[in-house]
Design a protein around this ligand. Sequence first.
Ligand SMILES: [Fe+2]
Ligand SMILES: [Fe+2]
Length: 350
Amino acid sequence: MFRHTKLLQFEAKPEKPDPVYARKLQELIGGAYGEMTVTMQYLFQGWNCRIEGKYKDLIMDTATEEIGHVEMLATMVARLLEGAPATVTAEAVQDPVLAATIGGMDVQQAIVAGGGALPADSNGYPWNARFVIASGNLLADFRANAAAEAQGRLQTARLYHMTDDPGVKEMLKFNLARDTVHQKQWLAAIEELKADGLEEVVAPSALFDEENQTHNKTIWHLSDGPDGAKGAAWTTGAGLEYLMDPEPLGGPGTAPPPDPALFGTSEPLPAEDAAEPTLQPADGDVETFHDGSVWKNKVVGNTRASGSAETKSDAVAAGRKLAIKRGTAHFIHTKDGRIGERRTYPRARS
Ligand SMILES: [Fe+2]
Ligand SMILES: [Fe+2]
């Protein structure tokens, strides 16, 4: 249950209207790291939290505070838009100062929100639920929370230098302070998760015996220059090892030919491959071949062809269907009888 207290968490009154700044403030409302994001992020983390008590309280308390920040900012935006011209186009054309002001405005604040804030960023891009991280793993989530507060504080700090209005600055000073404390609280909560034995340094704190034991400690030096980060904490500490000249571990990363219906460009089988015994049709495979004046499909081992077509592409399509149905290989011959292509279904078999 939520209640609404009809007072702002902190005063949000500008000295004078400033419609251009009202648009800039939208970033702190509906941007990727705005108050809407942390509100929804913490709410969903809290609702999905499986432990009653201090962690859930911390998450829900912060979520509730962030709703109040959306409210403060929305109120500030509406006040900054006070007196912003509603019918401006004609005057703007004649008055370059007005034109510049209107040019910097978010016109949707007037047209859509009637002189109020929008759930959107400073470019009018709508707030997006994809910004929210709520995984159910408290360590992974608290790290995301500290990062969100860091980005939020960074953007607030930038906006702080884009206004001279003392009222706006007072509100932003409060927001900066809350972003400071929220960063500290999430970092402290991460330490507490470890102290309580709930999580370790790496999230999730599981599967350490199962993961690849050769590659769970090496830092790969992949930049030009002979020394890289040699001596830095992450190349020496915590049982880590610095690989100065790492070699690739795998072969060529060429994907197999796509389904012919997708028309990706791929290399036909080389002639020598076609001669390899392993690539010869086996019983049950489907062959498409030229016979007299028509193209035919035949299941290897059957005495009769299963169908014929006038064009090669029609025959290949029918042969492919048959091979997919049977889950076998499909051999497509050239007109002179050589194996031109081999496709297998399901494709994982190739
Ligand atoms: Fe906030
Ligand atoms: Fe916050």
